[in-house]
Write a protein of this length. Structure first.
Length: 166
């Protein structure tokens, strides 16, 4: 099942990325190449994705990711861009590595939160430690050396990661 789902998603992505070249929607070479690469991707990731592949088929997850991307993530990135620009212009920075406690249940949630933090300017997730229930993040302006939650640096990202990563 996971092979088929990954193959379909890889092939759809391939079609989306190659549409409209050479004056037509797709050439025969592009379709054949897409099938070959999609097969390779599906075969090599079959054990990684495994039984959780059906997660990609859930329309509510896609709607949730779109809402998250266009809402909280976009707003967080906008605020962080303005903050970093201010800090670059004024030179008011206090960089450091901070241990951020999180309450997440699985690797998908850690990945969503870690990537969201890293995408936000001024922060970079260095390590995710599910055993410690923490992330280690390099922060451009450490306001709390030992934050009690991720809310200080990531806003509502953790809540969204918990919801989307189930």
């Amino acid at each position: 099942m996971s092979f088929t789902i990954v193959f379909m998603w890889s092939f759809v992505l391939w079609l989306a990325l190659t549409a409209g070249t050479r004056g037509m929607l797709w050439s025969m070479e592009e379709l054949v190449t897409g099938v070959i690469f999609s097969t390779i991707v599906a075969y090599t990731t079959r054990n990684i994705i495994g039984e959780k592949a059906s997660r990609f088929l859930n329309p509510s997850k896609w709607v949730g990711f779109i809402i998250y991307s266009l809402g909280p993530l976009f707003w967080g990135m906008t605020k962080a861009n303005l903050d970093v620009a201010y800090r670059v212009i004024t030179g008011k920075i206090k960089p450091g590595i901070v241990r951020v406690p999180v309450d997440l249940e699985n690797e998908a949630q850690y990945t969503i939160l870690s990537n969201s933090i890293t995408l936000t300017p001024g922060t970079l997730t260095i390590d995710a430690c599910p055993d410690e229930k923490a992330l280690y993040v390099h922060w451009i302006n450490v306001t709390e050396p030992e934050p009690q939650s991720s809310e200080v640096m990531a806003g509502s990202f953790e809540k969204w990661a918990r919801r989307l990563g189930k």
